[in-house]
Write a protein that binds this ligand. Sequence first.
Ligand code: NAP
Length: 303
Amino acid sequence: MKLGIIGGEGVEKYSLSPVMHTAALKACGLKGEYRAIPVKPEGLESWLGIEAPKLDGFNVTMPHKEAVYRWLKENGRIGSDIADSIGAVNTVKVVEEKGVRRLVGYNTDGRGFFDTVGDQNALRGKSVLLLGAGGAAKAIAVWLAEATQIGSLKIWNRHLERAEELAQKVNTLQTHCRAVAVKDLRAVPIEQMSLIVNATPLGMHKHEESPLDFSRLRKGQAVYDIVYEPRETRLIAIARKHGCKVIRGDEMLAAQGAEAFDIWTDEWRGGKPVRVDGKFIREIMGDALENEIKLRAGNRQDA
Ligand code: NAP
């Protein structure tokens, strides 16, 4: 199988996807490769038209997720309603239709979040605080409103207008969830939130800390930090100390990867019982990720 990930400059250095997918291909006994491919925004259209059909499937990362979605609406197909609600694509499958190679787009980021957030029934009707309004936050917000059926969503973002846009988008979905943008995190009743999600790079290696007042976290709340480097962010460490249920970013990364792998390899596995609910591939990917993140952290300390 020919697989890969397209991203901006340096994707071959920072992306963890090649490690995860190479481990999954090997574990399933599938011959193939998964390469990181840098594509400049000005070269995206011609890459999608000429190079993409030569692959069997690929992931899409920053800064191309929304541009690929728009291109597929004109020149390919969107394979799931949720990718339409989100307006961004992170997974593309190449299919043969009447002798023509066509690109079909999906979004597995939100699914990866949903699969790892824990007891979704316990979140129904509850209040959630989301930090961030970028691509990942958008996917998470749509899944929280549509699939998890939360009752209310407060969205904080560095640039307030993006939080307002996302809140508006959530409020146009046919769900019971009411979303609002919040300007000042100090005014949010953190103690009353059932789930707090960080979908910004705050707390990531080389980034500043989140403005969230960690001392207001309470036992019984769930805290999800989608940052995966470091594996254990300060938010996760403090939330754990407060008795919160914590979910790390590498869990979402492995789950969204497993979902993409399932989309691509469905027929290639030839009925092999390698995966029933994604757990097998997710574990393989999670182990590969853990090793690679530790290796990178060790290399940084040596440097
Ligand atoms: P994106 O579309 O570029 O959005 C970035 C978001 O982070 C925006 O809300 C942006 O706020 C905010 N932000 C960036 N720098 C900031 C800063 N210095 N201070 C405060 N806010 C800041 O990126 P994305 O794809 O949503 O990714 C966001 C983070 O999630 C990244 O760290 C990425 O690695 C991680 N991620 C993890 C997974 C996973 O599976 N675990 C999946 C996807 C992404 P503004 O709108 O104000 O610029």
